[in-house]
Ligand binder design. Structure first.
Ligand code: AMP
Length: 363
């Protein structure tokens, strides 16, 4: 089913969401504000299960469970990109799925994704597919060192990645891929990491939030600041890249495009790292710092409602609360000017995203 002739959702209608993490939770809360309900489908229970109108805990290949899920919702969206292709196709045959399965497939595989982006005339890191050690050695000869070997699929927060520096044994990096198909990427000597979070509506309308500047710690997003401290022309170019990608995917919903800023001869240049076909951690500040949050914007887009204003309220900083960071919640809550968000996860395991906080410095 396509989005073209679909009915707009009305208050009281239910959106199906694949995935029960914090993104699904914040989507559910935003949907509720617009009078919509969510039905969360996930093999594991998670933070979204606490705030939805209906929940199904079943495997992604449980066709009976998927059938009744599809029958109970007006459309399906997802909060993470590793939804199996079968699940997306099975649901799309029964109910509208936004973003469409093509966008999902493109973003799921780093090789397909980079090939697609280069096909639009947009720069990525140089890359080569790697199937075995001989292929890796040949790719290293071509791309040079340092280079980063990544699994083509299922990577997130730096998982399934190995840096290969001069002198490193490529066989060790290949072994770290656990036998999965891989891609070698040339190292991009970036000065900043930025991301565009934007929405595209069913009618092709496009609304981007201000450019995010992202800092990582241990491969996990730590801080996002917006607007990013780049030249206005760079921010405009980033928006244009995101728009071209969203148009080419015939995308409906919120998309995030992560990019590197490289400075050459004093001029900033953008290199796309990856696409997230969903709401994104670097857009969490929009709940408190923009006129419409990314979660509400996603709900509006998939539901066929008008997009809201993405206008930023000031200078914004979002900090993730990872693992034990969240144990300080009482002190954080007492800090003036802090908007605290906790995801309701019981165990503060290292590396686990437990919540985030936002500060807005109003002009
Ligand atoms: P990814 O999982 O592709 O988002 O990569 C995680 C992080 O590794 C990025 O946010 C960058 O900090 C770094 N990284 C990934 N790919 C490259 C690259 N080709 N060159 C330089 N740094 C990279």
């Amino acid at each position: 089913m396509t989005g073209r002739d679909e009915a707009t959702l009305s208050p009281g209608d239910t959106i199906g969401v694949l995935g029960s993490g914090q993104l699904g939770r914040m989507l559910s809360l935003a949907a509720a504000r617009l009078g919509l309900k969510t039905h969360i489908f996930c093999p594991e229970s998670g933070p979204a299960f606490d705030v939805c109108a209906a929940r199904t805990r079943a495997a992604y290949d449980d066709d009976a469970a998927l059938s009744s899920f599809a029958a109970s919702v007006k459309l399906v969206t997802y909060e993470f990109e590793n939804v199996p292709a079968h699940t997306a196709a099975f649901l799309a045959a029964r109910v509208p799925v936004h973003p469409n399965p093509f966008a999902l497939e493109t973003a799921q595989d780093r090789l397909v994704e980079k090939t697609f982006i280069n096909g639009l005339g947009i720069a990525t890191a140089p890359f080569a597919p790697v199937d075995d050690l001989a292929g890796l050695v040949a790719a290293l000869d071509r791309l040079g060192r340092p280079a980063i070997l990544k699994t083509r699929r299922m990577g997130y927060d730096g998982k399934g990645q190995a840096m290969i520096r001069p002198g490193d044994d490529p066989a060790v990096a290949l072994a770290a891929m656990g036998g999965h198909a891989a891609i070698l990427e040339g190292f991009v000597p970036f000065t900043r990491e930025v991301s565009v979070v934007a929405a595209r509506g069913r009618d092709g309308g496009f609304a981007a939030f201000d450019l995010n500047e992202n800092e990582h710690a241990d491969h996990i997003l730590s801080v996002t600041r917006a607007p990013a401290a780049v030249a206005p022309a760079t921010a405009a170019a980033a928006m244009d890249i995101a728009r071209r990608i969203a148009d080419a995917l015939d995308y409906v919903g919120v998309i995030a495009v992560e990019m590197f800023v490289v400075v050459e001869n004093g001029v900033e240049r953008l290199v796309v790292n990856e696409i997230a076909p969903r709401v994104h951690n670097s857009g969490h500040w929009t709940i408190d710092g923009a006129q419409t949050s990314q979660f509400e914007q996603h709900v509006r887009a998939v539901a066929g409602m008008p997009l809201g204003s993405p206008r930023i309220r000031g200078r914004v900083e979002m900090r993730n609360l990872i693992g034990a960071d969240a144990l300080d919640w009482r002190a954080l809550m007492a800090e003036p000017g802090v908007y605290l968000h906790l995801y309701g996860k019981h165990e503060a395991r290292p590396g686990r995203k437990m919540g985030h906080l936002t500060r807005v410095i109003e002009p």
